[in-house]
Design a protein around this ligand. Structure first.
Ligand code: 0A1
Ligand code: ZN
Length: 874
């Protein structure tokens, strides 16, 4: 058992920094096992106080400490494994320190570490303290000059933030580079990269006519695979100018790809560092999904230059200030690039897959949390994706023009500062003259509201009464919930699918769409002039992050599936119908007639010539097993899988010929295109095949084998392999072997090979996964590989993970504990699948709980894993 319980950090304890830093001079003598870091900080006391100087610094090997050029006597300062304290310092002074660190031994991938023989750094959130002593908090902004010195042959490129101001050769085969960043920044945006890297070069002319040099650095031989990222970068730069009036500020923008990285990518000023899986792509090795993600993440990190870097967070509780806003920006960009509806559906699917379960379990937290043990644990779907939804609602409530005005004011008012969510919202209140205090509750209240919709139509009066009510279940630490201002976009259709106009009570002009803001627990709205019984299309475009519960009959949903002009709700109607059918079957009450009817309606929707292929592909994919688990109480993953598969089988049989025709007809000829249209056609073709895989007769197996063998790009190869995985047996094994042989030299592709096996529905899936942990290519020290196998099994194979034996849970706990020994951040991110134990059948819940207890009781556990596992048990 752990002896001491770590103390939480609280938002209410925020105090401004005791000392400010104006200038930072760093000098790195790079050696893999013993890097020397000399630091010269120009410090001054912040306000009138007599506090000592306390600087963060984790397990640094001290070499020297001096103030204003005079070395300090040993009794003048104190060093602990976490900080350096100097009892008495002048009001303004220069502090010089020297420490030694061991990048090679750093497997936590935080601070300065080695990846593939290169130095690279990751400082957000609190990694800088593993490099040198510093007030490691985002509200200390300083100007940096960085000198890097290393062996020239081993580390030919030396990179840091800002502009290269000097470089040259030195004696003994060494060389140096000096980088100066003119923009004051918090230390979490510091970056250093050194090693052998190929360069892809391009440039961009900004809206004011400045030329910016663009560089992407990758493993030798990989430069061509960065072309799509470069193109995405240029489109992002242009988009931010056109959409938000934001221009890039330095003369150079660099991106580096690294293979060992805990998260996706990092927005270090002028020197973004990317997980190579989110940067490198060519048609042979990357899927369309990878392309989409690269475009989105390149944009995300670039957009941070304004929302995150120029304006940063006062403290880490404000993380959503930069993350929710930047996700909102990258989602808007992707919508403009790839089609708003399809993008919106994908974003909502992701929200439901990751954020809704979080919000429904013991790890539920506010978009702006009020306490934490390890901030690393708060890089969550709630902060990012729900944070983006909150901004989106703000835009819906204010309108696009007012929203833009508020953003302009935010940029103007806060440029160069570290600020808060309150200050951000205040900008919108100021430009609109609206009181947004009630809106602020979206940041402070955790949990997914349930929105109940009840419609009563009076045929004689031609009036519709719509009663909307909202309720949010208690979450840890928040037993009582308040109503939230919830924008509900809606419209009406008659039962032939024609749009109905209506007059909202109190308005004169008829309309076909309205946005009402529900801000009470319950509200009844009256609509007049409604010509006939309507199907009510509520929450159009998913106008608020809530779960809708509606008493509308299935026939209304069929009308929507066929004809809702809001394509999001057209898709949603299909999802709702499928959900009800699957849950009925899982509960032992299958609605066979309903299933047939659904299959027929899907057939018609697929025939709709006006609908885009990408949209149809989304229509074909049923709600995921984990989405269904979140809404069943208690969840039985085995029953859910069986019921879902049986609905899929019915569709595959009922629509077999149509699906096969679709699959055959969409076969691509000619050159690969990464465009959204071409990707949409591939998506539909692969979705058809995936559905056919639910009917594993020879005709479909052969088709999947043919698809796999003929694949001319990775999207199709993975589509074929995934379909074969679902059907299992010899054809799958053969395809796996062929795939491995073809791609064994490509780590990013081999990650996919591990992941597809982890999703296998077969009885021996866990045995296979266990076997793969001893495969020579498995490496738990590489987060991509570890997540591909262990993360995919735990989060992407619910029926096998939740095996009644509890073996799946034990396996996950073993893996978490093993990885926690060297990489707590990555280990902690795998606790979540065990966290939802209360929502599962009691027998399963007890077994999940037992593993959480075992984790918490482990000697030497990291704070990261301790925080999540202990919260999950509360
Ligand atoms: N700010 C990055 C996310 C990030 C956070 C922490 C990291 O390492 C521990 C890495 C990346 C983003 O939003 O992209
Ligand atoms: Zn971000």
């Amino acid at each position: 058992m752990r002896t001491e319980t770590p103390q939480p950090i609280r938002l209410s304890d925020y105090r401004p920094p005791a000392f400010l830093v104006d200038e930072v001079h760093l000098d790195f003598q790079l050696e893999p096992n013993a890097t020397r870091v000399r630091s010269r900080l120009t410090l001054r006391r912040n306000g009138e106080h007599a506090e000592p100087l306390r600087l963060d610094g984790v397990r640094l090997k001290p070499v020297s400490v001096a103030i204003d050029g005079r070395p300090l006597a040993e009794d003048a300062y104190a060093i602990t494994p976490e900080d350096l304290t100097i009892a008495s310092v002048p009001d303004a002074f220069v502090l010089e320190t020297e420490v030694e660190i061991d990048p090679e031994g750093n497997k936590a991938l935080e601070g300065l570490y080695m990846s593939g023989g290169r130095f690279c750094s990751q400082c957000e959130a609190e990694g800088f303290r593993k490099i040198t002593w510093f007030p490691d908090r985002p509200d200390v902004l300083a100007r940096y000059t960085v000198r890097i010195e290393a062996d020239q042959a081993a580390f030919p490129r030396l990179l840091s933030n800002g502009n290269l101001t000097q470089s040259g050769a030195l004696a003994g085969g060494r060389h140096f580079a000096i980088w100066t960043d003119p923009f004051p920044k918090p230390c979490y945006l510091f970056a250093l990269v050194a090693g052998e890297l190929d360069e892809l070069a391009d440039s961009f002319v900004t809206m004011s006519g400045r030329q910016v040099e663009l560089r992407i650095y990758v493993d030798p031989g990989m430069a061509q695979r960065a072309l799509y990222a470069m193109d995405s970068l240029k489109r992002s730069m242009k988009w931010d100018e056109e959409t938000f009036g934001r221009e890039y500020d330095l003369d150079l923008f660099m991106i580096v790809a690294v293979r060992d990285f805990n998260f996706g990518a990092m927005e270090n000023k002028g020197l973004n560092v990317f997980n190579s899986s989110l940067l490198l792509a060519d048609p042979e090795t990357a899927t369309d999904f990878d392309y989409e993600r690269i475009e989105g993440v390149v944009a995300h990190e670039y957009f941070h230059n304004w929302t995150g870097n120029r304006i940063t967070c006062r403290d880490w509780f404000q993380l959503c200030l930069k993350e929710g806003l930047t996700v909102f920006r990258d989602q808007s960009f992707s919508g403009d690039m790839r089609g708003a509806v399809v993008q919106r559906i994908k974003d909502v699917k992701a929200l439901r897959a990751r954020q809704f379960p979080e919000d429904a379990g013991p790890l539920a937290h506010q978009v702006r949390p009020s306490s934490y043990l390890k901030i690393d644990n708060f890089y969550t779907a709630t902060i990012y994706e729900k944070g983006a939804e909150v901004i989106r609602m703000l835009k819906t409530i204010l309108g696009a023009e007012m929203f833009r005005k508020g953003m302009d004011l935010y940029f103007e008012r806060w440029d160069g500062h570290a600020t808060t969510v309150e200050a951000f919202i205040q900008c919108f209140a100021d430009v609109s003259g609206k009181d947004l205090s009630a809106f602020f509750a979206w940041y402070e209240q955790a949990g997914t509201p349930k929105l109940e919709v009840d419609a009563a139509y009076d045929a004689e009066a031609k009036a519709l009464e719509l009663t909307l009510s909202q309720a949010t279940a208690p979450t840890p630490g928040q037993p009582d919930k308040q109503p939230l201002p919830l924008p509900v976009a809606l419209g009406l259709l008659d039962l032939d699918g024609e749009v109905l106009s209506f007059r909202q009570e109190g308005t004169l002009a008829p309309a076909t769409e309205a946005v009402v803001v529900l801000d009470q627990a319950r509200q009844t709205l009256r609509f007049e002039g409604v010509a006939s019984e309507p199907a009510v299309s509520v929450l159009r475009g998913f106008s608020a992050p809530v779960r809708v519960v509606s008493a509308a009959p299935a026939k209304h949903r069929y009308v929507q599936l066929a004809a809702d002009p809001d394509l999001f709700n057209r898709w949603e109607a299909g999802q709702d119908l499928a959900r009800d059918l699957i849950l009925a079957r899982a509960a032992g009450e299958p609605d066979e007639v309903g299933e047939e009817r659904f299959a027929e309606a899907m057939g018609r929707a697929l025939n709709d010539q006006a609908a885009e292929p990408a949209f149809k592909a989304l229509l074909l994919s049923l709600p995921s097993e984990s989405d269904l688990a979140v809404i069943s109480a208690p969840a039985d993953p085995a029953a859910i899988r069986e019921a879902r598969e049986s609905l899929r089988a019915r569709l595959a049989i009922h629509l077999g010929d149509q699906l096969r025709r679709l699959h055959g007809g969409l076969q691509e000829a000619g050159e690969f295109s990464a465009s959204a249209e071409a990707a949409g056609r591939r998506a539909l073709r692969n979705a058809a095949l995936e559905l056919l895989a639910a009917d594993p007769r020879a005709i479909n197996v052969d088709r999947a084998v043919g698809h796999f063998q003929a694949a001319g790009n990775m999207t199709d190869a993975m589509g074929g392999l995934a379909a074969l995985m679902l059907m299992g047996g010899e054809p799958f094994e053969q395809a796996l072997t062929a795939f491995y042989e073809r791609w064994k030299a490509e780590p990013l592709v081999i990650d996919k090979w591990f992941a597809v096996q982890a999703r296998s529905p077969s009885e021996d899936a866990l045995g296979r996964v266990l076997g793969l942990t001893t495969h020579p290519d498995f490496d738990a020290k590489n987060p991509n590989r570890f997540r591909a196998l262990v993360g995919t099994f735990a989060a992407g194979n619910p029926a096998r993970f939740h095996d009644p034996s509890g073996d799946g849970y034990r396996f996950l706990a073993d893996q978490i504990l093993a990885v926690d020994g060297f990489n707590p951040m990555t280990a902690a991110r795998l606790v979540e699948p065990l966290g939802g134990w209360r929502r599962y059948r009691p027998e399963l819940g007890a077994l999940m709980r037992a593993q959480l207890e075992r984790i918490v009781a482990t000697e030497g556990l990291s704070k990261n894993v301790f925080e999540l596992a202990s919260r999950a048990l509360e």
